[in-house]
Design a protein around this ligand. Structure first.
Ligand SMILES: [Zn+2]
Length: 238
């Protein structure tokens, strides 16, 4: 018996229908509901951010708490009134000669706010502006402190810095044994301008605040020294 052609069509339709039905009736895969937000567990107590405590740097804007240094009184960077210059700033390593390699490592400071005495005859008059490079920053700070301290009426004056003429340690008669940090540019002599010795006690205190490692009030000037590495160590030949 011959099959009627209709059933094929019916089967096809049924199949299509079934397919559609399958699609239609296919169980909707439930969209996974967003997983619940993780229960917010209370944050463990968060360590507070470290607070930035600025170091008590000495700047030209900082107030200088020291009242003054009496005549003959000295002070080290650590605030000691008894520490020696050699302990606070280190010993003289050598005497820098003008013909030496180390001489060319000295720098000239020409801060326009500072008065330089320059009383020696040329070419030695330049020595009042020659110094160890590490001297520049405290000297600049001190100049600003002086201007601020006296309302602009007073400026800082340098009477001696590097010295090749051995004009320091005058008590030592033996020239070969003369010893001063001026001879390697790590010491400087300071006054006010206009000259006013009544202000030197305060000037020396300001020098301490400006960052010099050792300061002494010598009566007619303040002597200040720094503890930087000696320029003598930069050259085989001093
Ligand atoms: Zn001096």
């Amino acid at each position: 018996m011959r099959l009627k052609p209709v059933p094929c069509l019916v089967v096809l339709l049924l199949l299509l229908n079934a397919c559609v039905s399958t699609q239609a009736k296919a169980p909707v895969t439930p969209t996974p509901s967003p997983s619940p937000l993780p229960t917010s567990t209370p944050n463990p107590t968060r360590a507070p951010f470290p607070t930035f405590t600025p170091l008590p740097t000495v700047t030209s804007e900082a107030a200088c708490p020291f009242i003054n240094l009496g005549m003959g009184q000295h002070i080290s960077a650590g605030g000691s009134y008894t520490e020696t210059q050699t302990s606070a700033a280190g010993p003289m390593v050598c005497r820098i000669k003008r013909t030496s390699c180390a001489y060319h490592h000295l720098v000239g400071d020409l801060n326009p706010m500072i008065v330089y005495k320059r009383e020696e005859e040329p070419p030695f008059d330049r020595e009042d502006i020659l110094m160890h490079p590490a001297m520049i920053l405290p000297l600049s700070r001190l100049s600003k402190l002086v201007i601020k301290e006296w309302g602009g009426e007073v400026r800082l004056r340098v009477t001696d810095a590097y010295d090749s003429l051995l004009e320091h340690d005058l008590a030592q008669a033996d020239e070969n044994r003369k010893n001063s940090l001026h001879f390697e540019g790590r010491a400087i002599d300071l006054t006010t301008f206009p000259i006013d010795q009544t202000r030197y006690g305060r000037l020396c205190a300001l020098a301490h605040c400006a960052g010099f490692d050792w300061v002494i009030n010598e009566g007619d000037h303040c002597h200040a020294a720094i503890g930087a590495d000696s320029l003598c160590l930069r050259c085989k030949n001093n």
